[in-house]
Design a binder for this molecule. Structure first.
Ligand SMILES: [Zn+2]
Ligand SMILES: [Zn+2]
Length: 175
């Protein structure tokens, strides 16, 4: 698919057109052209070090989604993207390098156009990485928090003063 078509697909999911989305489209396009496929299940896992607009392009185009658990967010504030393919056991990393599209003189639309016709190699440092994916998403039992009573995933319960409680209750109780 052309960058333009991928962008359209991403915009339908994301809601608006923006330079961040164009960055994600460029990432997704590169990944699709280098032996990785759209992921209906958890074949592909994406680890992203930001939660900006670009990530929605990955969700729309690669099927690495928050809900399926094959999208992992690390809150590092960097436009870095890691992908692991569980079938081929390969990994790849794209890390943005400050580029021409960062030019403040460019309008928003000019940035988008420039990004979409850029070569990914000009926008990102791209490496093959060792295959080291996170574990598969687990379906977990939920149990009621002893304070608010709301069902909470077992692994997220905190113990405080002998009571098992959800994280918001833990924060309030602990003060
Ligand atoms: Zn956006
Ligand atoms: Zn609670």
């Amino acid at each position: 698919m052309e960058a333009k078509d991928l962008m359209e697909k991403a915009v339908r999911f994301h809601g608006h057109i923006c330079p961040g989305l164009a960055i994600g489209v460029l990432v997704a396009k590169y990944v699709l052209e280098h032996g990785y496929d759209y992921s209906p299940n958890e074949e592909l896992v994406a680890i992203v070090e930001n939660d900006n607009c670009s990530v929605d392009a990955l969700q729309a185009i690669l099927g690495t989604t928050f809900g399926k658990g094959n999208l992992v967010h690390k809150d590092y504030g960097k436009n870095n993207y890691f992908f692991y393919d569980r079938r081929t056991e390969k990994g790849i990393r794209l890390a943005i390098k400050s580029g021409k599209f960062n030019n403040k003189k460019l309008s928003r639309d000019e940035k988008i156009q420039l990004l979409l016709k850029s070569k990914p190699e000009d926008v990102f440092k791209i490496y093959e990485i060792e295959y080291n994916p996170p574990g598969l998403a687990q379906v977990e039992l939920s149990v009621p928090c002893e304070i608010c009573g709301e069902l909470t995933m077992n692994s997220r319960l905190m113990t405080y003063n002998g009571a098992e409680m959800c994280i918001p209750c833990y924060k309030i109780t602990r003060g």
